[in-house]
Design a protein around this ligand. Sequence first.
Ligand SMILES: C[S@@+](CC[C@H](N)C(=O)[O-])C[C@H]1O[C@@H](n2cnc3c(N)ncnc32)[C@H](O)[C@@H]1O
Length: 272
Amino acid sequence: MIRLALRVDRAHAEVALAELLELAPGGVEEVDLGDAVEYAVYGPPGELPLLPDLEAAVGGALIDVTTSELPDDWSERWKAFHTPLVLGERLAVRPPWEAAIGAEVELVIDPAQAFGTGAHATTRLCLELLLELADTEPAGARGPLLDLGCGSGVLAIAAAKLGFAPVAAVDFDPLSVDATRENAAVNGVRLDVARCDLRSDPIPTAPTVLANLLRPLLLDYAARLTDPPRTLIASGLLTHETDEIAAAFAAHGLREEDRRERGEWAALLLRA
Ligand SMILES: C[S@@+](CC[C@H](N)C(=O)[O-])C[C@H]1O[C@@H](n2cnc3c(N)ncnc32)[C@H](O)[C@@H]1O
């Protein structure tokens, strides 16, 4: 197992992270070094993203690159990096090796190689808005929901457990489609999971849509939208991108009902 670490300057760290997550959707370890931030990916030789691609992703923010062979405790380090997410007593997301937490809604998500352990700020913000949304509709009347870019399936599974039905989930990455199906089975929920490239395939729709995608894909989605949902949770934005994304969907009659921020990341709850 190799640990490949890129040290970047703090001022550009969040932008660099957004780019790195495109190449390493399974997650990136973050180490705070004061004026710099180190982002590390783990993998066997030959399965890591290519170094030139990683360097291009972080661009001018790059300070240093280091690679190390991991000692025998690497699997423990990997586990320590995937810690549970707990949103009060309402909702918890934990990897399979962590003991039950006892939240009202509890998800077991194996991060495998897909994005979405719940630990990333963008996923967390979506889950917070999803809980808020669920509270506005009576249980049993929450209706159909679609998760665009489902990764590990964490959002779709949370939605199904919160009473949205039926729930569909799409991603262009076959590893994400497989991970979502497996995680749905482990969590005992029914999902309709399909492969779909949001840039070129017809995009399904539903009254409620979750879209934890990065800015370019959200803008693309807005540009191709012909049948807007009644409710959209858009996440994966940097805070300075939020107004632009809100405006792109306002053109389809979706107005901003809530905006949440966590660090440099933001998410929007938009409604017709
Ligand atoms: C930020 S992750 C979100 C994952 C998960 N929904 C979550 O909230 O943790 C974005 C997901 O979008 C998927 N994605 C990226 N480009 C895509 C495209 N063109 N079509 C479909 N899915 C795409 C990625 O594979 C990734 O799983």
